[in-house]
Ligand binder design. Structure first.
Ligand code: CS2
Ligand code: MG
Length: 454
């Protein structure tokens, strides 16, 4: 690798190449070691990435953590690169392909690193690559914040709100169980609760085949061993059941609590339209992921029939995945996962695109992405003008031990403090106590045995 073109070395290089005279950024053949930003403005010494550590750990469930170290003693950043059920694919991409590209680079050139990793690999997008990039991106924003002595939300423009309106999960196999779970959420001060119910006669369905504590940990923390479970799903049973659940909840809980529901990409367009229409009287905050991510144009069918607010996006991996739904105003909430769409650098572009089309954000925030991604989401939530709602979880003790500093919850809002950077960290010694366990997401089939989206 040639020397890094920052500081005096870079100035000499520009003189030699004549690029300085043209005022143009660095353009030269040979090894790419960094972008073309001008000389360091604040008189700070040049910063270089010296090491990239990829830490795989399972404090209750698997997490992939990226720790980026610099030549400034003690200055490092931490990001989360967890992709549920495909953790080692991301860890390998990071270790084998991405880490070598980062050594010697200026960690402050966050956008340039993002562009270089996204477009520079030629093979672009996809969940594995974009989760790996997100881990790097979060770590770089963390470094930038620490170096500036500011929390990341300050670097994004400063606070626009006191905290981020949060939602929790409630589920059960009977309507009364779901009702009790929503009540527990409300007692805990949540103003918004997502409600999921089991389907009569079918073994488990998304969001319900979990322990009674599901609303607290919002994930399959107890179900991550061995090979994937298979759930059974039938659209007709689902379509008959869900409107009755919300009729029950509204009659018992009144109008005030905001209710949400996640279809988890299971329906076809006319089924989705029927559900959205039948749920209208119950005034959902939003109805999430009605259709598979491939079928963006089919959201037109749903819009034609219903005024139920729609959310979509946790399976999107690029800015361009979001463009059709946002620019045609086919959804009301874009809910990409910062950890799967390349981190803060890309998500803030998604948010700005959405702002121009009356679309709000609702970043994905389940237990299967780690605390640094949750923190990154909240830093963005409290800095942008078009924030909608933030999905959140409470972390088990073991996760807090390994990945301390997650955002905090109070009076219905999730928040980050004023610690410079993202505010999250990794305890590498504690991480070693919890080795990786192979784990899969569940899969699903129809009653006739054919494959169904889970
Ligand atoms: C989800 C997730 O939180 C949500 O809205 O749809 O629970 C999703 O199933 C998981 O993140 C998959 O790993
Ligand atoms: Mg979802």
């Amino acid at each position: 690798m040639s020397s890094h073109p920052q500081g005096p070395g870079r100035r000499n290089f520009l003189k030699m190449s004549g690029a300085a005279a043209l005022g143009s950024p660095l353009v030269a053949g040979g090894t790419d070691t960094g972008g073309g930003a001008s000389a360091r403005p604040r008189g700070l010494p040049p910063l270089k990435i010296t090491e990239v550590r990829v830490i795989v750990t399972c404090p209750g469930r698997n997490y992939v953590v990226v720790k980026i170290l610099t030549n400034e003693p003690g200055l490092y950043g931490v990001g989360d690169a967890t992709l549920n059920g495909r953790e080692l694919a991301v860890a390998t991409a990071l270790k084998e392909h991405i880490a070598p590209l980062l050594i010697g680079r200026d960690p402050e050139q966050v956008e340039d690193v993002y562009q270089y990793l996204y477009r520079g690999s030629y093979w672009r997008s996809g969940p594995v690559q974009m989760t790996a990039i997100a881990g790097v991106d979060e770590a770089l924003w963390d470094i930038k914040g620490k170096r500036a002595g500011m929390p990341v939300y300050q670097l994004l423009g400063g606070r626009t709100r006191v905290g981020a309106l949060a939602y929790t999960h409630a589920s059960g196999n009977e309507f009364s169980e779901v009702e009790d779970a929503v009540r527990r959420g409300m007692e805990r001060s949540f103003k918004c609760v997502r409600a999921q119910v089991g389907l009569p006669g079918l073994a488990g369905t998304y969001g319900t085949s979990v322990t009674k504590k599901s609303e607290e940990h919002a994930g399959r923390v107890d179900q991550q061993a061995g090979l994937p479970e298979t759930e059974i799903f039938e659209p007709s049973v689902y379509l008959r059941t869900v409107p009755k659940l919300f009729a029950h909840l509204r009659s018992k809980l009144g109008e005030e609590v905001e209710l949400l529901h996640d279809t988890h990409e299971k329906l076809g367009p006319i089924e989705g339209a029927r559900l959205a229409r039948e749920l209208e009287p119950f005034h959902l905050f939003f109805l999430e992921d009605l259709l598979r991510p491939e079928h963006k144009e089919s959201f037109r069918v749903i819009r034609q029939y219903s005024t139920t607010p729609l959310a979509m996006g946790e399976l999107f991996n690029s800015l361009w995945d979001c463009v059709p739904l946002i620019s045609e105003q086919l959804i009301d909430y874009i809910r990409c996962d910062l950890g799967h769409i390349g981190g803060i650098t890309n998500a803030r572009k998604v948010a700005s695109l959405a702002e121009a089309f009356h679309v709000k954000t609702a970043w994905h925030g389940p237990a299967d992405v780690g605390p640094p991604t949750h923190a990154a989401s909240v830093h963005l939530d409290i800095a942008i003008p078009n924030f909608g709602v933030q999905e959140m979880v409470f972390w088990p003790e073991a996760t807090q031990e390994v990945l301390p500093g997650a955002p905090t919850f109070k009076d219905g809002y999730i928040n980050v403090g004023d610690t410079p950077g993202l505010g999250t960290d990794v305890n590498e010694d504690a991480a070693k106590k919890y080795p990786y366990k192979r784990a899969y997401l569940p899969t699903a089939r129809r009653i006739d045995g054919s494959v169904q989206d889970w």
